[in-house]
Design a binder for this molecule. Structure first.
Ligand code: FAD
Length: 318
């Protein structure tokens, strides 16, 4: 019996969070088959093998655009049936969660999202999920035969030592009713790094004093290839657009590195960044609460530290 993993791809790459989901499934010790949906190169899919998938099913139909939740759920349920998979693993994401909920309804499965650790099978099958925006964990018993597990980003060690996966075409049975919703346009600028997906984020707070000083945030972000974010008051005042607002009431980010500059670290801000792998805080107040959530901290004036940091990074890149 195999575990099925739904892998998401964007811009011709499998998402890192999906490779983490494959790594999680591989660590459960069973054969792992992945399912990829929509057009993507076969050579890209083979790379899922490095994280532990032996095979990738590919539903390549160009009609299966990202964001079409209903047909995605149907494709995945059909792939589970084909493989006889009783466990589906996927990354917790804005696509993964609604898709998984529908697969759960179709397959009469328990679905637990935001899971941060391997299941405990010593008595039954329980998983540890992150709750209260990362402030606590709950152990949840899954009692159905079919189970769906959504993996919290950056919670699983990425396995990179596997071989190449084989890729097999998968032809799901879909009809017109599955495409009742159509994506008519998408708003992303060419080259723009989307904040919720970004691997690196440079974020500024009220300590930046005004919008005229954002050049140094953008310069650092550009040097690193990072997305830019901000605290809520910064977008409320209009220094930055609302879609950059990070936190409980804004975007939740999960980058490899979150750089917080002139942000105090209120709990509502931390709620949006606590899935980051590493956090670097730059703040002139050594008592700023953000330092207790940080992996690295620089106590100093942002107007002094940030340009020097950017210059040093530029020099290191040359
Ligand atoms: P401040 O609290 O004013 O902090 C500025 C920081 O900059 C200070 O730590 C200061 O030491 C530092 N600083 C000043 N000058 C410099 C300098 N020259 N160099 C370096 N550091 C400097 N906030 C969010 O961000 N996201 C949310 O989603 C969110 N949701 C909320 C929901 C609710 C219901 C409520 C009540 C509040 C919410 N907030 C949210 C607001 C939150 O409580 C804080 O008020 C906000 O995060 C503070 O923003 P800040 O850190 O940019 O500003």
């Amino acid at each position: 019996m195999s575990i099925l993993v739904f892998i998401e791809h964007a811009e011709g790459e499998i998402k890192k969070s999906s490779l983490e989901a494959v790594s999680y499934a591989a660590a459960m010790g069973e054969d792992v088959t992945a399912i990829a949906i929509g057009p993507v190169e076969e050579s890209v899919l083979k790379a899922a093998g490095s994280a532990g998938a032996s095979k990738v099913l590919h539903a390549a139909d160009s009609k299966l655009e990202k964001g079409l939740i209903q047909p995605y759920a149907k494709v995945i349920a059909q792939a589970m049936e084909k493989e006889g998979a009783k466990t589906l693993v996927l990354a917790k994401s804005s696509l993964g969660d609604p898709v998984a909920a529908r697969v759960a309804a179709k397959m009469k499965a328990a679905f637990v999202s935001n899971v941060a650790d391997l299941p405990d099978t010593s008595s039954g099958f329980s998983v540890k999920r992150s709750i209260y925006t990362g402030k606590a964990f709950a152990n949840v018993e899954m009692t159905t035969e079919t189970k769906i597990i959504g993996i919290k980003k950056n919670a699983v060690e990425l396995k990179e030592d596997g071989g190449e996966a084989s890729v097999e075409a998968f032809e799901p049975s879909l009809d017109d009713a599955d495409f009742a919703v159509k994506i008519t346009s998408q708003d992303k600028q060419e080259g723009e790094i989307l904040l919720p997906e970004a691997e690196l984020v440079v974020s500024g707070g009220r300590g930046m004093k005004g919008p005229e000083n954002w050049g140094m945030i953008e310069d650092l972000a550009k040097t690193l290839g990072a997305a830019t974010g901000c605290s809520k008051p910064v977008s409320d005042i209009g220094w930055r657009p609302h879609h950059e607002h990070v936190g409980q009431t804004g975007v939740k980010v999960s980058p490899q590195l979150y750089i917080a500059i002139g942000i105090s670290g209120a709990i509502q801000h931390l709620a949006g960044v606590n899935s980051s792998k590493y956090i670097l805080v730059i703040n002139k107040d050594e008592e700023a609460p953000f330092f207790s959530a940080a992996d690295y901290g620089i106590v100093g004036d942002a107007f002094d530290v940030v340009p020097k940091l950017t210059e040093a990074l530029k020099a290191a890149q040359n």
